[in-house]
Design a protein around this ligand. Structure first.
Ligand SMILES: Cc1ncc(COP(=O)(O)O)c(C=O)c1O
Length: 458
């Protein structure tokens, strides 16, 4: 028995049985995996698609609302929702209509349409920051924000929290190992010394934050207001109030990456909890599932960034991509911001997520497992530790890759999809109480299997 309260032998047995079951029930996915294998590296269009617990990729037939139908005809209740890209449901009708209409009028021009002004106004209203720019992905938005902020402040150092993820922005792949910043060994082809300009501290540790800011060379703190990518790590009461003061006192800037915490409401977690960042990044669900992202700056920061551009020699800023803010993306964001990112859409999502969290807690308690459940708006996570972890190291220590895989695959075979990374579930506007019930029943059934040999517990 390890810290998860489940015997590793039981996990391995379940994993083997579920892999066999998956292979037997997904012949069309298997055939497509075989067909793609000669042409696609790793057999999939993006190598992460092999990070699922499945022996080969599940291939999608179609996805609507909270439901995904695979090519073998199974209908799955989808709580992964494209790892947040589809947080407003698959193909939301308002976005699909806006895309269809725009598709008749041009896809990309490298020029703005009326939507640019409208989307800018909507973003300013939602997030409370006046000046905006766009990107195709949250990764790029973060990358560009770092460039702007380093240019605007003349400072080189980035400060992040241990265990963070902000997309494949190279600078953030630095971990705290025995109190020292260490570049992540798994990075491929990375030739720069990232630890030279990235400082890392634990979340919820104000003295460490202050010490890291003290040299006065930190351009910005890039943070999710709640860590969501190493399991979930909530800020302790008062943490952000004091952290913001420290950041300001040391002349640094705060960038809130709301890409996942948009689950908190129409202006993200920061708006819902009265935080005052200098910059905000939002991606994934912002275009209702279309690739687009945006970043907003305070008036003061925008003025500094614009001044940096004006002062620079003529030529490329190193910021931007050709299809950024294309006509289709702007139409998708306009529809999402006006019709999906509203309090009325979020309220039932939050209520259902609460039911889900309560049901998970009840199932965990029934089986006497030392696990906890955390919720941030429409986002729910269970972790293999009795209390919510207070930092990235504790969250990482609670993880168990084999158990996660066994659980995820067993749920999938029972008609429920959750994210392949840690144990995240997201409720969308189309999620029904029946979907939640289906997840809870499957979860309970899988826990019964996993916890079955509790007699062997010491
Ligand atoms: C907080 C956060 N920021 C940025 C990203 C990057 O998003 P994308 O992969 O769409 O670029 C992610 C992805 O998971 C994320 O969780």
């Amino acid at each position: 028995m390890n810290h998860t309260g489940i015997s590793p032998q039981r996990v391995q047995a379940l994993l083997a049985a579920e892999r066999a079951h998956y292979t037997q029930r997904n012949p069309q996915s298997l055939a497509l995996a075989h067909r793609a294998a000669p042409q696609l590296m790793f057999g999939v269009p993006l190598h992460w698609m092999n990070d699922w617990a499945t022996p080969f990729a599940l291939h999608v037939g179609q996805a609507h609302g909270a439901t995904l139908t695979d090519v073998d005809g199974h209908t799955l209740a989808d709580f992964c929702l494209g790892d947040t890209g589809a947080m407003f449901g698959h193909s939301p009708a308002v976005v699909a209509q806006a895309l269809a209409a725009q598709a008749q009028r041009g896809l990309t021009t490298m020029l703005p349409s009326e939507d640019a002004a409208v989307v800018g106004e909507l973003l300013a209203q939602h997030f409370g920051l006046p000046k905006w720019q766009f990107a195709m992905t949250a990764t790029d938005a973060n990358r560009f924000v770092l460039r702007w902020l380093r240019a605007a402040t003349g400072r080189k150092v980035l400060l992040v929290f241990n265990g963070c993820y902000h997309g494949t922005v190279d600078d953030v792949f630095v971990d705290l190992v025995d109190g020292r910043p260490v570049q992540r060994a798994s990075l491929l082809g990375q030739v720069h010394d990232l630890a030279a300009t990235t400082r890392v501290v634990e979340f919820n540790d104000l003295p460490a934050l202050e010490a890291a800011l003290a040299p006065g060379d930190v351009a910005c703190v890039l943070a999710e207001p709640v860590m969501t990518n190493i399991g979930m790590v909530l800020p302790e009461p008062g943490y952000w109030e004091q952290a913001q003061q420290l950041i300001r006192r040391h002349g640094s800037l705060l960038v809130l990456d709301e890409t996942h915490t948009l689950s908190s409401g129409p202006g993200g977690y920061g708006r819902a909890h009265g935080l005052l960042p200098d910059a905000v990044v939002v991606g994934k669900a912002l275009g209702g599932g279309m690739p687009c992202a945006a970043y907003g700056f305070s008036a003061a920061l925008a003025a500094q960034a614009e001044a940096a551009k004006h002062a620079a020699p003529p030529g490329h800023s190193g910021i931007g991509t050709t299809l950024t803010a294309n006509l289709l993306a702007m139409a998708a964001m306009r529809a999402t911001l006006t019709q999906l990112m509203t309090p009325a859409v979020f309220a039932p999502m939050h209520a259902l997520a609460e039911q889900l969290a309560a049901g998970l807690r009840a199932a965990i308690a029934r089986h006497g497992l030392p696990w906890c459940v955390t919720q941030v708006g429409a986002r729910v996570e269970f972790q293999f530790c009795p209390q919510p972890p207070r930092n990235g190291s504790a969250a990482e220590a609670a993880m168990d890759a084999e158990l996660e895989h066994a659980l995820h695959l067993a749920l999938l075979n029972r008609g429920v999809l959750i994210t392949p990374f840690h144990n995240m579930m997201l409720v969308c506007p189309d999620t029904t109480p029946d979907n939640v019930q289906r997840l809870l029943e499957a979860f309970g059934a899988v826990l019964a299997l996993l916890a079955a040999d509790t007699s062997s517990r010491p």
